[in-house]
Design a protein around this ligand. Structure first.
Ligand code: ZN
Length: 302
């Protein structure tokens, strides 16, 4: 630990000398290596040269994160590792502007750090709502009103959080504003609170303007039931979206997630009818009610 601390102090001194603002971006977080062996690379790329390695259980400092990679410091040296294999340990004092500032969110919640199994209904269930995209990542753009997917997913997500809380669930959002969070951070949030369900909200886009409809994706067969239940909930909720089916999807936030997870594509922004519909408050209310009912049915069946 001392070596790590000395390393941090050294690094802080360097940052201050070179460019003080760089210090603002440091995350000041510790993480434990959660793989047997993890390569440390020169830059944040799988093809970058390996400059060292760390072993399972070793503790390192996370300086920053981007695109699923963590800039780490250990024994006075820095490098990049895949953030997926890090289990972070927040200190609760982190600043809001941290890119990985989600630790704050976790630290300030009343979540216990243990898995708690409750049966039936939404009461006490931990639901992580993930409004897709955000910040520089704006997602799809509506064909007619230039609706931004990142703004619409946030609107849907905030409403979903409100309705789920009203139904007794404990809700956490991967983002509450237009900040950018990496996909790895979103998965981390889901896993660190032992989410009973992680729901990623998106709006689809296609080069063919006639393509429309609602799809819910799962990545692991065990999550198919969750996706099915949400799809049915939304279809029965009065959104009048066409049923484009429950499908397997190879999306990072549901693929890397060890918690029950599903990704919803609430219509196509590239389709005139879907876009205009999605913007209305009626649609938002109906879609979210459908998600809530879908989740409730899913938990009732377990
Ligand atoms: Zn999307």
């Amino acid at each position: 630990m001392n070596k790590v601390l000395i390393g941090i102090v050294m690094l802080m001194s360097i940052s201050q000398t070179l460019s003080p603002p760089a210090l603002q971006a440091s995350t000041d977080a510790e993480a434990v290596v959660a793989a047997d062996h993890l390569n440390v690379r020169k830059i944040d790329s799988i093809s970058a040269p390996v400059i060292g390695s760390v072993r399972g259980g070793e503790i390192l400092s996370v300086l920053s994160e981007r695109n699923g990679w963590a800039h780490i410091e250990i024994h006075g040296k820095t490098g990049w590792v895949s953030a997926v294999y890090l289990k972070k340990r927040g200190n609760g004092k982190r600043e809001k502007h941290d890119e990985a500032g989600i630790w704050n969110v976790v630290a300030n919640r009343s979540f216990s750090t243990q898995e708690v199994r409750r049966s039936g209904g939404l009461n006490g269930k931990r639901i992580v709502i993930d409004p897709g995209h955000g910040g520089v990542d704006r997602g799809a753009k509506g064909a007619f009103h230039s609706t931004l997917e990142s703004e619409l997913t946030l609107r849907t997500g905030l409403l979903a959080a409100e309705k789920l809380r009203a139904a007794g669930a404990i809700v956490m959002m991967t983002r509450m504003n237009n900040d950018y969070f990496s996909l790895a951070n979103r998965v981390f949030q889901s896993e660190s609170v032992f989410a009973d369900a992680f729901i990623s909200i998106h709006y689809n886009s296609s080069l063919r303007p006639d393509v429309s409809g609602l799809s819910t994706f799962y990545n692991k067969s065990v999550d198919q039931e969750l996706a099915q239940s949400i799809q049915e909930g939304i279809l029965n909720g009065g959104t009048n979206l066409q049923d484009s089916g429950v499908k397997f999807g190879d999306y990072y936030v549901i693929r890397e997630n060890q918690r029950p997870s599903a990704l919803i594509e609430l219509g196509f922004l590239s389709n005139r009818h879907d876009e205009l519909k999605a913007e209305t408050q009626d649609f938002q209310e109906n879609a979210v009610s459908g998600i809530v009912i879908g989740l409730e049915n899913y938990f009732n069946q377990r």
